[in-house]
Design a protein around this ligand. Structure first.
Ligand code: CAA
Length: 248
């Protein structure tokens, strides 16, 4: 069987890098997107991955821009072939209480975190259906399940991802295409580093596991959901949060 191609948006970030490592270990060929190659140090990232024996490449794409996603998808298909596995990781925070939030902070988070999932997935689902195989995993957040202080924008986007995923799961189920979400809790990344220390410490104190998670904890869930054998796991949300929020 030919090697499956995995496209990971925002793959050079903390959680994204761990996902790329996991998928490579699972035998996938890796392509990531990046918005600003210089600012994100994408060439150094590729070198790092290749140093680890991982065949990784990148394409430029702002996921909030639908036209850019169309061009990116054409480039991916031309350079690497059809996408078998899509992991939507690209996301930002722009935290602030709603009464202080600018319309711009709302739009940016919705455009990247939620519309970005549509813009990218829209490019690849037809190909997945045609080939009778596809795995879409959307990286949501515990804060999409519970809401969080200062995150009306982020919580709305991350909750919206679940609706998108469940609808897509129903559409793809008879065609071998699955869609699932993974909802990380608090994970050691630059995103949680940017939180006010006082707030982060208070949240960590409430995590039954006793500490934040590691990016590899999230990657493990993505590897599970993207396996060829995972075809009947569809429309699910897999929380990975150290028991911070338990539900069924
Ligand atoms: N729980 C309880 N109280 C909180 C709180 C929280 N999570 N966040 C803020 N507050 C309280 C503060 O303690 C403070 O109380 P007092 O007035 O009694 O001191 C009050 O709300 C106002 O807080 P600030 O002084 O910080 O107000 P601000 O306007 O400067 O900032 C804020 C508000 C933007 C919410 C800021 O506190 C903040 O950035 N909080 C962190 C938000 C957060 O959890 N982001 C998660 C980022 S990580 C992520 O998103 C990844 C993921 O998926 C899990």
């Amino acid at each position: 069987m030919t090697q499956r191609l995995a496209l990971v948006t925002g793959g050079a970030g903390g959680i994204g890098t761990a996902i790329c490592r996991q998928l490579a270990a699972d035998g996938r060929r890796i392509v990531t997107t990046c918005v600003d190659p210089e600012a994100e140090g994408i060439e150094a990232w590729v070198e790092m991955m290749r140093g680890e024996g991982i065949d990784a490449d990148w394409v430029k794409c702002d996921v909030s821009d639908h036209a850019a996603c169309v061009a990116m998808a054409d480039e991916v298909r031309e350079r690497f072939g059809g996408v078998d596995i899509l992991v939507n990781v690209a996301g930002i925070t722009s935290d602030g209480f709603l009464h202080k939030m600018s319309a711009d902070a709302w739009d940016k988070v919705i455009d990247i975190n939620l519309s970005g999932v549509f813009n990218v997935t829209h490019q690849f689902v037809a190909g997945m259906r045609d080939q009778g195989f596809g795995r879409v995993v959307n990286i949501s957040s515990v804060n999409g399940q519970t809401g969080q202080f200062g995150q009306t924008n982020y919580s709305a986007a991350k909750a919206g991802m679940h609706g998108f995923t469940m609808a897509l799961a129903k559409e793809g189920a008879a065609k071998g295409v699955t869609a699932n979400t993974v909802s990380p809790g608090y994970v050691k990344t630059s995103m949680t580093d940017a939180m006010p220390d006082k707030v982060r410490d208070a949240i960590v104190a409430q995590i039954p596991a006793g500490d934040m998670g590691q990016p590899a904890d999230i990657a493990r869930a993505v590897g599970f959901l993207t396996a060829d054998e995972a075809g009947y796991i569809n429309g699910a949300n897999l929380p990975v949060n150290g028991a911070l929020f338990c539900s069924f």
